[in-house]
Ligand binder design. Structure first.
Ligand code: GSH
Length: 280
């Protein structure tokens, strides 16, 4: 059952927020959806799933990315889930990069996190089936995200290439097993056995990708991003892409930082990129 929390008209379409009890995360989850003008049961539209970064909720992208005008013009719905399970019963830590607001889009295997921190199942399975059941959308899906959400988008697309038509990311964590954010999260959510970590690492997954299942992949990265060198490491992923001939385009942008100012500057291009494949 979906509980409608808000409905706001924007760019001729509607921005709406919902809450529901998740069977994946065993707690109430909130998500936001933008429906472009004209979306209806007789005119279903494709969906771009957006995964946000550390500290975010369903609201950051919707309020700051400035995506509605272009999505309205192209006839694309956008769904933005929260970045983790939340609530008093959900284990948390007093840090911005682990626990609530930092689910890393994986299924935790370690207590006490394994009951609720199942964002992989939530994003890959539960949320799309809920969206397709309740809203005027087709089953055509693209996926994108920022930072931790960029990791989520790339990783989920690499693991489920048949489920998405294309994938993109802004400033993504490309190699979580080789950076402090990823190592902190994976060691606690997944435990010490690092062979398990590779299942959630885009560089490792791309090495094993089948060429007949390659997806169009676009990454945009600002060169004034404070996290670029220590955490994000896009060159690690482009090196693998070169090795295996993966169709990845990395666009570096002079002067841009890690914020939504950067995302809002290039979100139209990402929407147009996804449109090419969603409409086929
Ligand atoms: N300096 C930030 C680091 C976290 C951060 O930069 N979060 C990014 C994603 S990794 C974000 O989107 N923040 C929310 C926003 O800008 O609206 C903090 O300590 O909160």
């Amino acid at each position: 059952m979906l509980d409608n929390l808000s409905a706001t008209k924007v760019s001729g379409g509607w921005h709406k927020q919902y809450s529901h009890t998740s069977t994946s995360t065993h707690c109430p989850m909130r998500f936001a959806i933008f429906l472009p003008p004209g979306a209806s049961q007789t005119n279903k539209v494709p969906v771009l799933y957006w995964l946000s970064g550390l500290t975010c909720t369903d609201e950051n992208f919707m309020q700051k990315a400035g995506a509605f005008k272009k999505a309205a013009a192209l006839g694309i719905a956008i769904v933005a889930p929260d970045t983790s399970p939340r609530g008093d019963t959900v284990p948390d830590q007093d840090s911005y990069d682990f626990g609530q607001g930092a689910g890393f889009y994986l299924n935790a295997t370690q207590a006490p996190y394994n009951t609720h921190y199942n964002m992989y199942d939530y994003v890959v399975n539960e949320l799309p089936s809920l969206i397709e059941q309740h809203f005027p959308v087709t089953d055509k899906k693209a996926i994108s995200g920022h930072s931790m959400g960029g990791h989520g988008a790339l990783m989920i697309a690499l693991r489920n290439p048949k489920s998405y038509t294309s994938v993109s990311a802004f400033s993504p964590i490309t190699n979580p097993i080789d950076c402090p954010w990823g190592q902190k999260a994976f060691s606690q959510y997944l435990g010490d056995d690092q062979s398990q970590w590779a299942n959630y690492d885009s560089c490792e997954l791309m090495k094993k990708a089948h060429s007949n299942e390659f997806l169009p992949m676009r990454i945009d990265q600002g060169d004034a991003d404070n996290f670029l060198v220590e955490q994000l490491k896009p060159d690690n992923l482009t090196a693998v892409a070169k090795q295996v001939n993966y169709p990845l385009t990395l666009n570096m942008h002079a002067g841009y930082d890690h914020s939504y100012f950067f995302i809002s500057s290039f979100i139209d291009e990402h929407l147009s990129f996804h449109q090419l494949y969603l409409q086929r």
